[in-house]
Write a protein that binds this ligand. Structure first.
Ligand code: ATP
Ligand code: MG
Length: 424
């Protein structure tokens, strides 16, 4: 019996690669426009890093992490998200010394042991960005605007929801208000929510049960409990979005699944993927660098976009996105002598940057023309025995069907130069 991939782990096949590359290339280009540089961090980290940043009483740390003891008896974890690792690297290498504001992005696989569904996998990919060293509200607007612009350039329309989670000065009072609201309703909510009420009360607002959500309609709003500084920060963040004409809805019940968030949080949502409605999400995490042992007063903000969900949306909304010409030219050679000449010509063309293919096995002309179609070649150069005897090859434009001849008499690098002229 053959071995299959693990449940929730997926191969990205050649047919899909174009869309993935298109999304990644667009993202990099947009991130660079905003002054971000790439950082690459390891997939494995000490388990403690995630417990200390994401929070012990979160779904991710409680039940979704791939953690194991390695051969030295150390508990390590396959990263479930990118922020913790990027911050660890930022602190470990003292990056703040080099530049007061660091704008970093990273792209790669993440691992969470959840129930696989459409747009929800156990190995999935995120493009995530972090800005460290600044807490200006216009930065929040700018970071959100970058995510918005990227999705716009990909041709995707999403909606934006924002909220403020306050700060350690004002959240405790809100927690109290929420707790007394919940205390009166313990028998009306699910078991998970009853448990969360004592471990992590804000998280109840994130419950997926419609019945619980109905109860929470009347819950107190965090926005009525913000301290003056947080209220001002939220007001100026929204004003920043208004300046950029980016539409948003304020959702005062959006809490996000990671403990480290404070002040601005946001989600980019679609209604095209069923329950998997978030294509991206993020927020501010001002205390996190210090909490991980880094320098004091290093505020931060970031977001992550889910690649699989973007790929699904793009393949549904624009099936041709990311499709590209796989070859500029296919050289169809027949017979050993022509094959040898074509083989040498191919290498010269590739050195000059031409994407070119041939059939090394030298099958029939009919079969080679089929192969040329399959790689979507713009031109085919036919080098048959007859053509070779006359020292000429035939160049066919596959779209217009026009043909012209190419002399094979000169030295091969001259033939190559002539051919390139005809291709352009
Ligand atoms: P959800 O509510 O869908 O579980 P989340 O709040 O757990 O999302 P984040 O941790 O904020 O997600 O991750 C940011 C983005 O990464 C999400 O908006 C989503 O696009 C993507 N993502 C998260 N978990 C998965 C997964 N298991 N499979 C595929 N994509 C995912
Ligand atoms: Mg989740």
């Amino acid at each position: 019996m053959s071995i299959r991939a693990l449940k929730g782990f997926k191969d990205i096949l050649p047919d899909e690669a174009g869309v993935w590359q298109h999304i990644e290339a667009t993202a990099r280009e947009v991130f660079h426009r905003f002054g971000f540089t790439e950082i690459k961090v390891p997939i494995l980290e000490k388990t403690e890093l995630f417990a200390r940043s994401i929070g012990e009483a979160t779904d991710i740390v409680e039940k979704e992490m791939y953690s194991f003891t390695d051969r030295n008896g150390e508990s390590i974890t396959m990263r479930p998200e990118g922020t913790a690792s990027v911050l660890r690297a930022f602190i470990e290498h003292g990056l703040q010394v080099k530049l007061p504001v660091q704008k970093l992005y990273t792209i790669g696989p993440m691992f969470r042991h959840e129930r696989p569904q459409k747009g929800r996998l156990r190995q999935f990919h995120q493009m995530s960005v972090e800005v460290l060293g600044l807490d200006h509200p216009l930065l929040d607007a700018e970071v959100i605007a970058m995510g918005w612009l990227l999705l716009d350039e990909l041709g995707l329309s999403v909606s934006l929801q924002i909220n403020s989670l306050g700060c350690p000065a004002c959240r405790p009072a809100y927690k109290e208000a929420l707790l007394s609201f919940l205390a009166a309703r313990q028998d009306k909510v699910c078991e998970d929510c009853q448990r969360r009420s004592s471990t992590n009360p804000l998280r109840v607002l994130d419950c997926k049960s419609a019945h619980c959500q109905e109860q929470y309609q009347a819950a107190p709003s965090i926005l009525d409990h913000l301290c003056p500084d947080c209220a001002d920060h939220f007001r100026r963040t929204r004003a920043g979005l208004d300046l950029l004409a980016i539409p948003y809805q304020v959702n005062n019940f959006m809490v996000r699944g990671l403990d480290y968030y404070c002040r601005t949080t946001f989600e980019l949502l679609t209604d095209a993927l069923g329950a998997q409605s978030a294509v991206g999400a993020g927020g501010r995490y001002d205390g996190l660098v210090e909490q991980l042992g880094g320098p004091k007063n290093t505020p931060g903000i970031g977001f992550a976009l889910g690649m699989e969900r973007l790929v699904l949306l793009l393949s549904e909304q624009q099936p041709s996105a990311g499709l590209s010409q796989q070859a500029d030219l296919f050289v169809a050679a027949l017979g050993e002598a022509a094959g040898a000449k074509a083989f040498a010509l191919l290498h010269l063309l590739r050195k000059k940057g031409v994407r070119v293919a041939m059939d090394l096995a030298g099958r029939s002309l009919k079969s080679q023309m089929k192969q040329a179609d399959r790689v979507n070649a713009r031109y085919v150069l036919i080098m048959g025995e007859e053509e070779l005897a006359a020292n000429e090859a035939v160049l066919r434009d596959m779209a217009s069907k026009e043909q012209s001849s190419l002399s094979l008499a000169p030295a091969l690098d001259q033939v190559c130069a002539e051919l390139i002229k005809k291709l352009n």
